[in-house]
Write a protein that binds this ligand. Structure first.
Ligand code: GLP
Length: 242
């Protein structure tokens, strides 16, 4: 079931998103979070930090698995997703970094690193809440439109459109990595609940396609229509066609 929550301000967006994560951790301190990067969740993570500072939420016993990581960027690189997560969330809360998993983008053998990530995810059990953003071409994590999709964590070549969209975070598009490691669609769909977040008019069309169009590997996000517990958090602009 898709439950669409349309909010009218950034503040409300961040409150609702952070509120869902916080109430999960309040009822189950040992919850497994599936975390996402990109610009959309940044405000949600900031609000979570505030809730932590107010003593309303703790990450001390939580575990997390991030969706994806660029190949070739170390944890120190400002645009690596490990660095992003440290800066935007982990460094400011009581999360034990041993329990905060992100695919290893610097592994000598990325395929092997992807396999290990799959194994770790499966050993951990079910992700309780999977946070997702959406790319303009319908990608989730870095599962790009393709004739075939993968169930498990794997190495992926990024589409030009994705590299262009993410170039805003780098000095130039040449610096944007060409490959990434991403959790597969199967792992994403196995989570107990999905929170898909989108903001801004540029996401309106792809959201409509993903949530109301046909299921197709050419729009990986469309597959979340098959999940039984999805919350779609949107602002008025992104939700304009829903
Ligand atoms: C990136 C990430 C995705 C994210 C998407 C949208 O490519 N790999 O996980 O959902 O971009 O990003 P934004 O939230 O900045 O629009």
């Amino acid at each position: 079931m898709l439950n669409i929550v349309k909010v009218s301000s950034d503040e409300q967006f961040n409150q609702v998103g952070a509120g869902m994560i916080a109430s999960l951790l309040q009822s189950n301190p040992r919850a497994i979070l599936g975390l996402a990067t990109g610009s959309t969740p940044v405000g949600v993570y900031s609000h979570l930090i505030e809730l932590y500072q107010q003593g309303l939420v703790s990450f001390a016993q939580a575990r997390s698995f991030n969706l994806d990581e660029y190949i070739g960027l170390s944890a120190e690189h400002p645009e690596s997703y490990r660095h992003f997560m440290n800066e935007k969330l982990f460094n400011h809360v009581d999360m034990d970094l041993k329990n905060a998993h992100i695919p290893d983008g610097t592994a000598a053998d990325p395929e092997k690193a992807a396999l290990e990530y799959t194994r770790m995810l499966e050993n951990a059990g079910q992700v309780d809440l999977q946070i997702l953003g959406i790319g303009h071409n319908g990608h989730i994590g870095f599962n790009e439109p393709a004739d075939e999709l993968h169930a498990h964590t794997h190495v992926v070549e990024l589409k030009e459109r994705t590299r262009e969209a993410n170039a805003r975070f780098f000095n130039s598009i040449d610096e944007v990595p060409t490959h990434a490691i991403t959790m597969g669609i199967g792992s994403i769909l196995k989570s107990r609940q999905i929170l898909l977040m989108a903001r801004g008019a540029s996401k309106a069309e792809i959201l409509e396609r993903a949530l109301t169009g046909p299921l197709t590997t050419q729009c990986p996000a469309s597959l979340i229509q098959t999940h039984s517990n999805v919350v779609v958090l949107v602002d008025q602009a992104a939700g304009g066609r829903l």
